[in-house]
Design a protein around this ligand. Structure first.
Ligand SMILES: Nc1ncnc2c1ncn2[C@@H]1O[C@H](COP(=O)(O)OP(=O)(O)O)[C@@H](O)[C@H]1O
Ligand SMILES: [Mg+2]
Length: 244
């Protein structure tokens, strides 16, 4: 088997008394969509923050394409091809859609024209072509999610981490967002997707990792994981419902 694009080995993060991520290890294969699920507070977003260098891991290491990226800054990690979206979208509200996406493109070029061209491509790719000059804060939720996608994609990732990128969308918008995720995958990008809606995880994931109290509870193909008694208990125990 070829080398995983991402290897996470024994990472941990303690916030005062709370062990948010506890000796966690998993890997991501090239070209796959890995789903990450787990009850609220399970450590999913913290795990993304550890991988992308927003937080420094207390233990262990993270390797991207076999290269140790532990302790590098988010900017440097992003330049190496690892990009992410945030659970709470953070557009520059007063800037246009195009300008927001150009911020992503500037990671790899300082040429204004080139950044604009690349940003324009991504804006069209995510279906925001007709809103390219709209001010970001006037966008609907789905369009803000699209913008977040476009801005991440403009950094030219080989690995993209999506943190609840479908939150707040209605069922029709979720379908659209799934299509977009598949389109990104087809373009050759590997994805790790944190998502609450089980149906979405079942539909898009090649494999699933389940976190609970910062640790790995289960991993495997979606069907296997969803029928795992420990997984069902973790969700029902937290009053989890099948719907977002
Ligand atoms: N910056 C922080 N400071 C203190 N506690 C935090 C911080 N970030 C996350 N936590 C805590 O760590 C735990 C895991 O949070 P998080 O990774 O956001 O969970 P999830 O994304 O799975 O819902 C939670 O109990 C949360 O309150
Ligand atoms: Mg989270």
């Amino acid at each position: 088997m070829s080398q995983p694009i991402l290897e996470v080995k024994n990472i941990s993060k303690r916030f005062r008394g709370l062990l948010a991520v506890n000796d966690l290890s998993f890997h991501v294969n090239k070209g796959e969509i890995l789903g990450v699920i787990g009850p609220n507070g399970a450590g999913k977003s913290t795990t993304f923050n550890l991988i992308t260098g927003v937080y420094t891991s207390d233990t262990g290491e993270v390797k991207l394409n076999g290269q140790n990226i532990t302790g590098l800054s988010p900017n440097v990690i992003c330049k190496k091809g690892l990009s992410r979206t945030f659970q709470v979208t953070r557009p520059f509200g007063d800037m246009s859609v195009l300008q927001n996406v150009m911020v992503g493109a500037f990671l790899n070029t300082s040429n204004m024209l080139r950044a604009e061209q690349e940003a324009m491509e991504m804006v069209e790719f995510v279906g925001l072509g007709d809103k390219v000059h709209s001010v970001a804060r006037t966008l609907s939720i789905i369009d803000q999610r699209r913008l977040e996608f476009a801005r991440s994609l403009a950094t030219k990732p080989t690995l993209l981490l999506l943190d609840e990128a479908l939150a707040g969308l209605n069922s029709i918008e979720v379908e659209e967002a799934i299509k977009l995720i598949w389109k990104v995958k087809e373009a050759g990008v590997t994805l790790v997707v944190i998502e609450h809606v089980m149906k979405v995880i079942n539909t898009i994931s090649d494999r699933v990792v389940v976190l609970n109290f910062g640790s790995m509870l289960a991993q495997g193909v979606p069907k296997e994981v969803m029928n795992n008694p420990a997984v069902i208990e973790a969700y029902l125990g937290k009053g989890f419902t099948q719907h977002a």
